[in-house]
Design a protein around this ligand. Structure first.
Ligand SMILES: Nc1ncnc2c1ncn2[C@@H]1O[C@H](COP(=O)(O)OP(=O)(O)OP(=O)(O)O)[C@@H](O)[C@H]1O
Ligand SMILES: [Mg+2]
Length: 445
């Protein structure tokens, strides 16, 4: 029996084991290289993030000293990092952009949204797809200092409330002065009140009024630095995708001079039709109550779903607030509201809004309720004290109303200027449930 020669197999097995070893070694080398590369990449990424954070932190500490928004060269950051950065920073303070960035974000300013007293607004988009509205401001003729701009923008940027339009950033250089706001999908309230095509139902309009009042109450009474808007009107009440109202353009009055649409008489601010009479009459000091007056005018426009000022077919002046007052004075608001075309279910809310509006437009600023009281009155959890006659300045002869009280009230004290409990009772009574007096009137009539 011949022995079997296994030697060739032995050779081949030793060859294959050598191959396996070398494959194994190569694999290990690759894995090691891979692990080292991963660690290195992570380290580099960490370094970038730390560097960014340091940049932000040091800028933020500068802000603390200068109270100005900080500038970070976001353009140098690659896109994914920038997305994260913008997302993080959008929740905090305004970012400084260059004119070149704004040019890119707005596609060379290809989509104008509208123009106002401060400049023109353009639609834009951050690289991460977040929509923005870029307001290119007219420069101040008196060459307002950069520092002042930064300080003002710093104040606006630090003001955060659900009912205020958020400032994402700004641009300030020798050629351009612009503000970057969050984009409001449903644009501004004027489109729904005065436009022909779109309408909002009464409940939505009520929510818009209450939300706007809350935004203003925050600016006047709650935020770190009291802000007077000076230009409350439907075009400055913006609506997000859910129709949540957000007050826009607050804090801008100090930043720039406005054009002729905003009247430029010395000391005059705001838009005719919404501006408080004390701007022209100079009979009272200008305080935050000028915003309350303008808000009252907006409430009338919400109720009437048209501009307050107008002319009748025969060419006579036709001022909606005057009609509301006359109806209120004669105790005919229910009828008036019915004539305006409101459904039975909505009447109580409409009448309430009329009464609040009449309080807001009182001649004497101290008699106008603070915005926190306006919120309560609009929400309907309190009973509104009947308002006294507004626009007395149009009628210099003192008269007595049907209830016998003097309509020409001359108080100019600050008794009612705060929202404390005692002064609030001037405008409303805390009675719950509210007596539905108008329903009672209907039933008994
Ligand atoms: N953040 C925003 N998102 C979407 N649209 C906006 C935004 N800001 C403004 N707009 C639109 O741009 C238009 C012009 O706004 P702009 O503030 O310049 O004028 P205005 O409100 O009519 O007057 P003013 O200068 O007194 O504020 C507005 O009517 C509104 O429709
Ligand atoms: Mg505006």
């Amino acid at each position: 029996m011949s022995s079997v020669d296994y030697s060739p197999d032995t050779n081949s097995s030793s060859n294959s084991s050598t191959t396996a070893t070398s494959v194994g070694v190569t694999l290990v080398i690759f894995i090691v290289i891979g692990v080292i590369s991963c660690c290195f990449a992570r380290k580099v990424k960490q370094c970038i993030v730390t560097e960014l954070r340091n940049a932000v932190a040091s800028s933020a500490s500068n802000v603390a000293h200068s109270s100005a928004p900080y500038a970070v060269p976001v353009w140098e950051i690659d896109q994914p990092t920038m997305e994260k950065f913008i997302k993080e920073m959008a929740e905090q303070r305004a970012i400084r952009f260059t004119a070149h960035q704004l040019y890119y974000f707005t596609g060379n300013y290809s989509t104008p949204l509208g123009a106002g007293g401060f400049g023109t607004v353009y639609k834009g988009e951050f690289p991460n797809g977040v929509k923005i509205a870029v307001k290119v401001l007219k420069r101040n003729s008196d060459k307002q200092a950069e520092e002042q701009f930064m300080n003002e923008v710093g104040t606006i940027g630090k003001t955060y409330h659900i009912n205020l339009v958020r400032l994402n950033g700004f641009c300030y250089d020798q050629y351009m002065c612009a503000l970057v706001f969050e984009y409001m999908e449903n644009r501004s309230l004027d489109k729904y009140l005065f436009g022909k095509s779109e309408e909002l139902d009464w409940r939505k309009l009520q929510d818009v009024a209450i939300g706007t009042a809350k935004g203003l109450a925050y600016l006047h009474e709650e935020c770190q630095q009291k802000v007077i808007h000076y230009d409350i009107k439907p075009a400055n009440i913006l609506l997000d995708e859910n129709f949540t109202p957000k007050v826009g353009d607050f804090g801008l009055a100090k930043l720039c001079n406005r054009d002729s649409t905003h009247m430029s008489l010395t000391g005059y601010r705001g838009t005719p039709g919404y501006s408080a009479p004390e701007f022209l009459l100079k009979n009272y000091p200008i305080t935050h109550k000028c915003d309350v007056y303008s808000f009252g005018m907006v409430l009338f426009e919400i109720v009437g779903r048209k501009r307050n000022g107008g002319v009748t077919d025969s060419g006579n002046p036709d001022w909606f607030p005057q009609h509301v007052w006359e109806a209120h004075e004669k105790g005919e608001l229910v009828e008036f509201v019915r004539r305006c075309g409101y459904a039975e279910d909505d009447k109580e809310g409409v009448i309430r809004m009329c009464e609040v509006a009449l309080w807001c437009i009182q001649d004497c600023p101290d008699k106008r309720p603070p915005m926190s009281a306006v919120v309560k009155m609009l929400e309907g959890f309190v009973e509104i004290v009947p308002p006294s006659k507004p626009f007395l300045y149009l009628d210099p002869t003192p008269k007595r109303n049907s209830r016998g009280s003097n309509l020409q009230q001359t108080s100019s004290s600050s008794d009612y200027s705060t929202s404390n409990e005692d002064s609030a009772s001037y405008w409303y009574k805390k009675t719950t449930p509210i007596m539905k007096k108008y329903e009672i009137q209907i039933e008994s009539s």
